[in-house]
Design a protein around this ligand. Structure first.
Ligand code: GLU
Length: 468
């Protein structure tokens, strides 16, 4: 048996962390078993589904590198297929046409509620074998067993059992001819040969209904694993209040996909006390059976910690590619200065997000108009001879390597009998306009000789004006 899993989101809003976590788990399970992973867009609810939401799903999967082997399949382009499947069930006696009017159903419901019974279809048309009548509206209902129970072993939750008497004769095709959600899921899971379904616990109540439909098609249902929901630290269901509303918002805020994936895999799953997992390790170690039964709690601090870790340790070439859209968004012309790879190496110890890194990089690509207010105090008249001396040394330094630049700064400090910091800080302010930057020799190298000397000249003019 080839393992085949799927991610089957409904494109009705933003794709949030909970959604993408089930995608990740399904993807990992398929990859771990050398199986297939399918993307299926469940857009049957045409009023609520949007093209934008579908695009967000596809973009999020691409960004995170959750590649699929088939799809995206759209349920809206398969309506005829579902209708034919429903007709097949009628022919085989597992479904029936129901002509009950809205009024009758409302009356039935009210009666049942008044008698304190659970509202449920009473099977009025169930055994009548009614033919199709073009002139009268009808639905197609699934003939659910009245007795017995649906039992299955959930990979996460353990053994589960539901009484058939609790389940209704579900409508599978509506009066307008459109198929309903539970039916499409089964027809598709069957057609796409899905062997394992991993989805949120909010679908647990659908599972016995779906299993019964599978059995009516004389097919074995897939193996199910229902993943608990994600809560905020306050114990409430994860929502916008707890952080970014959608996965792509994390991209915009400068998170790396590796950090998001690593964070999500640990949210409700663990392997000993390991915190950092490479993609290959995730694939190797993940098993649905190890998912926690209890709801997971979202911790934004930990996500930031992981992001910092990956910014620091990932190949700078890769980090640089993720930095590109952020530089563009911030309108920083990154062609006009050091390469992004050089920038990442210089700034990676100092940034929690790529947005922070990009913001701190501005002085390497753009001229600044003014010194930061708190930086001005470092450009005092008494510093003039030191800056002048360093300028001269730097001008004569042909090769601006980190070592040579470090030596030059150290020489000047010695010459004036000052600590290194006392020399470095005014120069840092002179060349960046701020008090914080990578080590001064690295900062100077990244700026390049021409740009750095020009800024030192400007600082000399600025100090000169203070004197006059
Ligand atoms: N379309 C459903 C949702 O977005 C998922 C259904 C499933 O995974 O079976 O919640």
């Amino acid at each position: 048996m080839t393992v085949c899993t799927r991610f089957a989101p409904s494109p009705t809003g933003n794709l949030h962390l909970g959604g993408i976590r089930t995608a990740l788990y399904s993807w990992l399970y398929a990859r771990n078993h050398g199986g297939k992973f399918i993307l299926r867009i469940e857009d049957t609810d045409q009023e609520r589904s949007t093209k934008e939401a579908t695009q967000i799903i596809i973009d999020s999967m691409n960004w995170l590198g959750l590649n699929y082997d088939a799809g995206p399949f759209y349920q809206t382009s398969r309506f005829d297929f579902y209708r034919k499947a429903a007709e097949k069930l009628i022919t085989e006696g597992s479904a029936y046409r129901c002509y009950c009017s809205k009024e009758r159903l409302t009356e039935l419901r009210e009666k049942q509620l008044a008698n304190k019974e659970k509202p449920k279809y009473d099977g009025h048309c169930r055994d009548k074998n009614l033919p199709a009548d073009k002139d009268q509206p009808f639905v197609i209902r699934f003939k659910n067993d009245k007795e017995g129970s649906v039992d299955f072993e959930d990979q996460v939750m353990g053994p589960l059992s539901f009484q058939n008497s609790e389940l209704d004769d579900l409508i599978i095709i509506r009066t307008d001819g459109f198929p309903t959600y539970n039916f499409c899921v089964v027809v598709d899971d069957l057609d796409m040969k899905i062997t394992h379904v991993i989805r949120g616990t909010d679908h647990i109540n659908n599972t016995p209904r779906q299993i019964n439909i599978f059995r009516a098609f004389k097919a074995e249902p897939p193996i199910y694993g229902h993943v608990p929901l994600i809560l905020g630290k306050d114990g409430k269901l994860l929502s916008k209040r707890h952080g970014a509303a959608s996965v792509l918002q994390y991209k915009e805020e400068g998170f790396l996909p590796e950090a998001i994936l690593n964070y999500l895999i640990r949210l409700g799953w663990s392997h000993k006390d390991q915190e950092i997992f490479s993609r290959d390790e995730m694939i190797k170690l993940f098993d649905v059976k190890d998912i926690n039964k209890a709801a997971a709690s979202f911790d934004p601090e930990k996500l930031l910690w992981l992001n910092r870790h990956y910014i620091k340790t990932l190949d700078p070439k890769i980090v640089a590619t993720h930095l590109v859209p952020i530089m563009q968004e911030l309108r920083i012309n990154y062609q006009n200065g050091p390469t992004l790879e050089e920038l990442v190496v210089a700034l990676r110890e100092r940034a929690e997000t790529l947005v922070e890194m990009a913001t701190k990089s501005r002085c390497f690509y753009e001229e600044f108009e003014n010194y930061q207010e708190e930086a001005k105090q470092h450009l005092k008249p008494e510093i003039l001879p030191i800056i002048k001396a360093l300028k001269q040394t730097l001008e004569n330094l042909p090769d601006w390597t980190d070592e040579n630049l470090h030596q030059a700064i150290e020489d000047i400090a010695k010459q004036f009998d000052l600590k290194l910091g006392k020399v470095a800080q005014p120069i840092r302010v002179a060349v960046t306009g701020t008090t914080v930057s990578p080590p001064l020799n690295v900062t100077l190298r990244l700026l390049g000789k021409q740009r750095a000397l020009k800024r030192i000249d400007a600082a000399l003019v600025y100090i000169g004006q203070l004197l006059s």
